[in-house]
Design a protein around this ligand. Structure first.
Ligand code: THU
Length: 131
């Protein structure tokens, strides 16, 4: 799938973001090896710590529906800045993705984005291979 299409899907996913506390709306579109795309948004909570990032929403949706191998994820926010994933989401990606292959597409807007491998964003991370 083209990266542009995945980025557009991430911006669509952002529409469902529930972020009344931070007002920082995020969308994610995760491409599974099956070709299926899973959308996610951030979901905040009045108690703050139960907040779930858009990336993890997408990964957990996918895993809960039986898909465990992924090719890429696109991230979209409201600001005109490349949106990169938080450390917790990088850790969750490392559980299910091959760090050298998995592409993290960090969008600034619908046509401008940077592509990293998970390995670049999460070097020397702890993963199932370390157990
Ligand atoms: N957030 C994400 O959903 N993904 C990121 O990559 C960065 C942060 C969310 C969590 C919280 O709801 C809000 O953005 C502010 O941190």
């Amino acid at each position: 799938m083209e990266k542009e299409k995945l980025v557009r899907a991430a911006y669509q996913a952002k529409e469902f973001s529930y972020a009344p506390y931070s007002n920082f709306h995020v969308g994610a579109a995760l491409l599974g090896e099956s070709g299926r795309v899973y959308l996610g948004c951030n979901i905040e909570n009045a108690a703050f710590s139960p907040t779930n990032c858009a990336e993890r929403t997408a990964v957990f949706k996918a895993v809960s529906e039986g898909e465990r191998k992924f090719k890429a994820i696109a991230l979209a926010g409201d600001k005109e800045e490349y949106l990169t994933p938080c450390g917790v989401c990088r850790q969750v990606m490392a559980e299910f993705c091959d760090p050298g292959d998995f592409q993290v597409i960090c969008a600034k807007n619908e046509t401008d984005f940077r592509v990293y491998t998970l390995q670049e964003l999460f070097p020397e991370g702890f993963s199932p291979e370390n157990l």
